[in-house]
Design a binder for this molecule. Structure first.
Ligand SMILES: [Zn+2]
Length: 449
């Protein structure tokens, strides 16, 4: 499938009836399952009791297949892939050379490392089809309002992303990939979210983006810098929950429409926001199943404990009923905007911005990025107990002492870099846990007066 054909299919998909989309989704699902079962040793084994005839039959249901998790897929990495020539060993060699960011291994696959909600990063390959579908959805569905899209086109599609600009993260890797493909086009920049604020402000002022994207909490911090003098046509956030408060703050500061979308490296573009602020699921390319703790389906309108996603465009590394820890509500009722797809609400990451002495403020995403890089950390929670003291809770399958030591070292180095030399990190015996009143889980929050 070419980019053009992905574009045409995706453009049409947005207008199709629910029945038509359901049929298309099913055809793509069956094709993917059959492909995974014949080409991936892992899925062959996992689906060994389900025969091909059943899969092709009317009675086959997606819930007949077992869910898969990140630790499982990562520990069987080579076997999950549908191309035997690619191995974790080769990927390690390839990604150890940072000049390979945005380049394809064997001219076939892009490699990304994820951020995720459970600590350990995943390694995700994108084949050509997955790249084309992501590009097509980005082109046709990202913008909630046509007028913003028109202005963006008129102003030369100048896009600035303020994301993690180290390593093989999706936003960074994808923008390098496009730069390498079209080296003369200067329509995209990526500014490292962890660079000093003055440097970020300078880069954005010089570039004058039409579209500004980044993590909501980081953009909210940047918005406080008076020196920041940009006039984007639209702000599109991602990676964390966009709260009403931050949306309003950014709208006031930049005088433009502010919106979000829901995506992850493994699932691709899962849902795009409309002008009703509803996240419409890209049902032609991804299947979203809200489930409870035991993987039972959760009905429309009810909050799930987690969600299973099936990415219908990734054939090199199939994600079929892949568990994400997000809690969502899927809505069946039609949306006023006219889009036909089901839409969802997400209870995303709602971590706090931490405040320290000398008015130094640290965005949660920056700390999140530090902690998720710590080897063997499975889950974590960082609680600010005073201006100088933070409590760290972790879960790990390995030696907890070592994980604490490594995390402590990295956190202290990070705080020093940000001008905080007196921060103490206290390891805790408690496990990361949700707030007992709200039931919401925060990875990073402040709890003192
Ligand atoms: Zn809508």
């Amino acid at each position: 499938m070419s980019l053009l054909s992905a574009m045409i299919k995706t453009y049409k998909g947005d207008k199709a009836s629910r029945e038509k989309t359901a049929n298309l989704q099913r055809r793509r699902l069956i094709k993917l399952i059959k492909y995974a079962k014949s080409n991936s040793p892992y899925y062959k084994e996992l689906y060994s009791s389900i025969d091909d005839e059943l899969i092709a039959s009317e009675s086959f249901k997606l819930i007949d297949l077992p869910p898969v998790t990140k630790p499982e897929l990562m520990s069987h990495f080579d076997d999950v892939l549908t191309d035997r020539s690619i191995t974790m060993k080769r990927i390690d060699d390839f990604t150890s050379d940072l000049s390979n960011i945005g380049k394809m291994i064997d001219d076939k696959y892009l490699i990304f490392k994820t951020s995720g909600s459970t600590g350990n990063p995943a390694v995700v390959l994108y084949d050509k089809q997955n790249i084309d579908v992501s590009s097509a959805i980005a082109a046709f569905r990202t913008f909630a309002r046509k007028e913003d899209y028109d202005r963006f086109m008129k102003h030369g599609k100048k896009t600035a992303g303020v994301f993690a600009d180290y390593g093989f993260y999706l936003a960074c890797g994808m923008s390098k990939y496009l730069q390498l493909k079209m080296p003369r086009k200067k329509t995209k920049i990526n500014v490292d979210v962890n660079a000093p604020e003055a440097k970020i402000v300078k880069a954005l002022n010089a570039f004058q983006p039409s579209m500004l994207s980044g993590y909501p909490s980081n953009l909210a911090l940047l918005a406080d810098f008076k020196e920041l003098d940009i006039h984007p046509d639209v702000v599109i956030t991602g990676g964390e929950l966009l709260t009403d408060q931050i949306r309003k703050k950014l709208e006031d500061r930049f005088g433009c429409y502010v919106q979000t979308h829901y995506s992850c490296t493994e699932g691709g573009e899962i849902a795009c926001e409309c002008e009703e602020r509803h996240l419409h699921i890209n049902e032609d390319w991804v299947i979203v199943e809200p489930v409870d703790k035991d993987y039972n389906p959760v009905p429309y309108g009810k909050m799930s404990d987690k969600v299973l996603i099936t990415n219908l465009s990734n054939y090199i590394q199939p994600f079929i009923r892949y568990e994400l820890t997000d809690r969502i509500i899927v809505h069946e009722e039609r949306c006023k905007c006219g889009r036909t797809s089901h839409w969802l609400e997400i209870e995303g990451r709602t971590d706090d911005i931490l405040e320290f002495e000398n008015e130094i403020r640290i965005a949660p995403m920056s700390l999140y990025k530090v902690l998720e890089e710590v080897p063997d950390i499975r889950r974590f929670q960082l609680i600010q107990r005073s201006l100088t003291k933070l409590e760290l809770r972790v879960t790990t399958d390995r030696d907890k002492e070592t994980v604490f030591e490594n995390a402590k070292k990295d956190l202290i180095a990070f705080f020093r870099k940000n001008g905080l030399t007196n921060i103490m990190i206290e390891p805790s015996d408690e496990l990361p846990q949700a707030n007992k009143t709200s039931g919401k889980f925060k990875h990073i929050y402040s709890d003192f007066n």
